[in-house]
Design a protein around this ligand. Sequence first.
Ligand SMILES: *[C@@H]1O[C@H](CO)[C@@H](O)[C@H](O)[C@H]1NC(C)=O
Ligand SMILES: *[C@@H]1O[C@H](CO)[C@@H](O)[C@H](O)[C@H]1NC(C)=O
Ligand SMILES: *[C@@H]1O[C@H](CO)[C@@H](O)[C@H](O)[C@H]1NC(C)=O
Ligand SMILES: *[C@@H]1O[C@H](CO)[C@@H](O)[C@H](O)[C@H]1NC(C)=O
Ligand SMILES: *[C@@H]1O[C@H](CO)[C@@H](O)[C@H](O)[C@H]1NC(C)=O
Length: 729
Amino acid sequence: MKHLGSASLLAISATFRTVVADVDWTTAYSKATTALGKLTNQEKIGIVTGTGWEKGPCVGNTSPVAKIGLPSLCLQDGPLGVRYAQNVSAFPAGIMAGSTWDVDLIRERGVAMGEEAKGLGIHVLLGPVSGPLGKNPRGGRNWEGFSNDPYLAGIAMAETIKGMQSAGVQANAKHYIGNEQEKFRGSATANIPDRVNHELYLWPFADAVKAGVASVMCSYNRVNGTYVCEHEGALEGVLKRELGFRGWVVSDWGAQHTTNGSAFAGLDMAMPGDGFGNNKYLWGESLATAVSSGEIPQSRLDDMVTRILASYYLVGQDKEYPSVQGWSSWNGGKGGPNVQGDHKKVARAIARDGIVLLKNEGNILPLKKPKSLAIVGSDAIVNPSGPNACVDRGCNIGTLAMGWGSGTAEFPYLVGPLDAIQAQAKLDNTTIVSSITDTPAEGATAAAAADTAIVFINSHAGEGYIVVEGSDGDRLTLSPAHNGNDLVRSVASSNPNTIVVIHSVGPLILEPILSFPSVKAIVWAGLPGQESGNGLADILYGKTSPSGKLPYTIARRDEDYGGDVKGGNGDDEYSEGLYVDYRYFDKRGIKPRFEFGFGLSYTTFTYSGLEITPSTLSPSIGLSSDLYDTIVTVTTAVTNNGTVAGAEAAQFYVSLPSSAPESPVRQLRGFKKVMLGVGESKTVKFDLRRKDLSYWDVVAQQWVMAKGEYTVWVGASSRDLRVSGVLRG
Ligand SMILES: *[C@@H]1O[C@H](CO)[C@@H](O)[C@H](O)[C@H]1NC(C)=O
Ligand SMILES: *[C@@H]1O[C@H](CO)[C@@H](O)[C@H](O)[C@H]1NC(C)=O
Ligand SMILES: *[C@@H]1O[C@H](CO)[C@@H](O)[C@H](O)[C@H]1NC(C)=O
Ligand SMILES: *[C@@H]1O[C@H](CO)[C@@H](O)[C@H](O)[C@H]1NC(C)=O
Ligand SMILES: *[C@@H]1O[C@H](CO)[C@@H](O)[C@H](O)[C@H]1NC(C)=O
């Protein structure tokens, strides 16, 4: 692989464009440059090379340098809370946060995770995730991210990062890039076409950079045949030069393959340092030798260190940062200080507002003090051996509240659905009949003994190093686990008022369930984290009207999706191109079962009026504005014309002019969630940045606005578009 010599490295820094607006990189860099001047090369090497697997309290550790006051940096998983710790919160997974469509809750979740990490002395919390983006519905780690739509994922990335970093912890946008499946992730290549990369996979990382993210993790897989952590085009080229990323790139654990190649490519920190405990360090002494012999320029080593130090200063970790507490289970598992604060509130709000109501025939929900209620299915209760009984949540026993793997946390407690329902049943004098197995005959008996039956089913997935029920990460099927369809059939055949609650890592094929006439309601409860039962009960009993919307499409058949995990050697040509999820259904004219953005409420909303300002764009706008400048605003009025208060996530879609190269029929480019009392009306406003109206021109290598008419749409989902208008460009 060709690499940049030191001359081109200089050229890069000279032409550096400061695109990061929200954080003060300039001050951080000047502090970092001062500190760098005091360091020997040996000390620099210790900052960029992990100390080795399980050599230190955290999953990643660096060497301290006392004379500049730099501690050993602590890098710790993960994207939904602090892994390997007690007395921390286990927040709803990314996909549940995404399904709230609520930027305030997403930001608060980020703040809460940041506070907990800081409280334990963690410098870098390894999240949030937008790789996988989730193009393959069976991808094992899709649930760690927010949505397979790049716009929704990008906003959620930015809000999470701003939240985390405002609390003082460095965020880590991962896994960059093309890590769309678990199988063969360590060897397969993602051959992502340039436009597809810019408009889909890179998009949320660009938002992360714009939000000032301190660090990015390069993923295990290859891109175009080269390992990402060794890929100069992907790291130095796209991430650092094109996006203007000023933080540091860390390897996924063991994703570094060479001493020189990774250094030239733009890797800044090697983790865990050695190859998972084998004491083979690709950097460390080897990097020192390569630098002293001139094979790797001194400027590259200095660049690595400057980036790491600048990020440390950026979030203020040089000022009274807690030292690493004795919380890690690798340190004897004694547990550290209780850092949970009142975070259960935001955990519950997301467990509630991320729930998507898919069906509610005859308004069977909310429950109105039923005389009797049957609760059926093993997913209704917490694993009898405890919520943390399986290491890294590597099993599907009891209610599913997160996936498995490194992106997990220990539950401080887990409120099971049955417990929360029982608490309300006591107040309502409801008799509960339960069958907490997945045996259809037992479910039918319980269901026959009550007015209404709620049957719980789920679907699991996780990271590839653990095998659960035959699945080594990626999902084996888009049907429910444990023969859930049979359980539902059995319950529905003995109770005409059946409600199905689903905890799932991603979409399921619901056709069998929808074919049973007794299934009156379907509640999509996602992956809710520690407050599972409480969030669910809030919705089932109508304490809050459901307001979540699907962050992906639920198809009628597996084969209706554009992408799927690859067999063979896992190599993926990304042949679906731009047509992922709803973009594929729209292009092919496939009817989804429940479309992207869909979700019912206990109330109803109307949309009226559409104003586009300006309605004609000046011809120079594409040249004179920054990519992230708002160039158009669109407003519409949303009214709650139903009978209870509720929140609506209004969605903005755009269709590019016909002069643009072939593009998706329409794409999400804005959303706003508004709370509305009965009869209340509010104006929602969508701020469209230049990027939101552009396509990536592969020849010009830039974002371009096509000439002609843009059709803009606002609605309740990607297929329930209520008002539209035309923007002239
Ligand atoms: C911390 O967690 C441990 C283990 O779960 C528990 O025994 C202890 O009571 C917790 N401490 C606090 C302060 O919550
Ligand atoms: C992969 O190669 C294609 C074809 O040369 C190119 O268009 C694309 O930009 C490359 N992708 C990445 C992520 O570098
Ligand atoms: C680094 O590259 C040089 C050539 O530039 C080569 O001589 C050396 O063996 C390489 N070192 C390693 C560890 O790959
Ligand atoms: C529940 O029943 C008890 C006694 O049977 C009665 O006192 C109480 O008012 C009832 N509560 C409700 C909410 O119906
Ligand atoms: C709310 O408005 C919609 C659309 O105009 C209408 O179909 C629906 O009946 C109205 N709902 C109520 C409760 O009036």
